[in-house]
Design a protein around this ligand. Structure first.
Ligand code: NDP
Length: 284
């Protein structure tokens, strides 16, 4: 089915939707608060509707990439949205939400014969723009195969990791690591400054050594310049680490707990900034 409904036209959703239009899909959208992405996509050929329910009525594949569990429930468990989708349509749910919310949504849809793919992504806004995201899919292989051309318009790497909910689970693990690695890269930079190691040398040498990380290689320049334009918003990272901590329950993971505290403690000043702002204080 080449008719796509797309809910959540934010930092990720907008460039992903652009790629779908470029690949010739028919795109149905609705404004939430911000009209800018809707106007831009309409110029590029998208069709605007009054509400998510009308979007659902107009498409065979509904994609959502919303902030968190709360919005997933608000939008996707709205009876009008559920009623709008025909049997045999597919929901591709790409938010970094919790496995439990994903399972709740999937059972509401599957009860009505609507197929569901749990499909959070990694790769950031740059990956969304270039269409090179990584998809961590949870669901049935035949459902994934049905929507593979849709996903391939937005992503380079598509992994099926298990049943519905397991996409959200592996994404939470990725985010726990990313949050810890970001905080650690900030500390490395602070120590490098104290020890008078230039940042370029730090990246060049540690990039080829055992302390390397994606954050060290990609996020230090922004930190050095004090450029915290998101990107991936700090408050969304706090939400992701919270999911990992909630899921870990009695495991009590000390680094995840510490990362959660670091992100929470900096949330009031940095929540709307890039998540690398978690380390800003170390460098002032
Ligand atoms: P943004 O905050 O930039 O965008 C969120 C979008 O959801 C906005 O278009 C917003 O509309 C819309 N929205 C919010 N509430 C509702 C609602 N009740 N009904 C309909 N639409 C709603 O977030 P991102 O795009 O950065 O992130 C989206 C998800 O993807 C998050 O779960 C995030 O963790 C994950 N993610 C983000 C990455 C990144 O680098 N940014 C990378 C990988 C995953 P409006 O602005 O009009 O309110």
């Amino acid at each position: 089915d080449r008719t796509i409904g797309f809910l959540g036209l934010g930092a990720m959703g907008l460039p992903m939707a652009r790629n779908l239009l470029e690949k010739g899909f028919e795109l149905h959208i609705a404004a939430h608060r911000n009209r800018e992405p809707v106007e831009e996509l309409k110029q590029a050929g998208a069709i605007e509707h009054e509400s998510p329910a009308e979007v659902a009525q107009s498409c065979g594949v509904l994609i959502s990439i919303l902030p968190a569990d709360k919005e997933m429930a608000e939008v996707l468990l709205d009876e009008k949205v559920l009623d709008g989708l025909g049997r045999e349509s597919v929901l591709i749910e790409m938010t970094s939400g919790s496995p439990d919310m994903m399972k709740r949504i999937a059972s509401a849809y599957e009860e009505r014969g609507i197929r569901v793919l749990d499909a959070p992504v990694s790769g950031g806004t740059a990956g969304a723009e270039k269409g090179t995201l990584t998809v961590m899919a949870g669901g049935q292989e035949k459902v994934l195969d049905t929507v593979r051309p849709v996903l391939e318009s937005m992503a380079k790497n598509i992994f099926l990791v298990g049943p519905v909910g397991s996409g959200k689970a592996i994404k939470a693990i990725n985010q726990m690591l990313a949050a810890i690695h970001m905080a650690a890269a900030g500390e490395a930079l602070a120590l490098a400054r104290k020890l008078e190691v230039p940042v370029e040398i730090l990246k060049e040498v540690i990039g080829k050594s055992s302390g390397a990380s994606w954050m060290l290689m990609n996020k230090l320049d922004g930190l050095v310049k004090g450029n915290f334009t998101p990107g991936f918003k700090h408050h969304l990272m706090t939400k992701d680490v919270q999911i990992a901590v909630d899921e870990s329950a009695e495991l009590e993971l000390p680094l995840a707990g510490l990362a959660l505290k670091l992100y929470r403690d900096t949330e009031s000043e940095a929540g709307e900034l890039d998540f690398s702002a978690v380390a800003a204080k170390l460098l002032t």
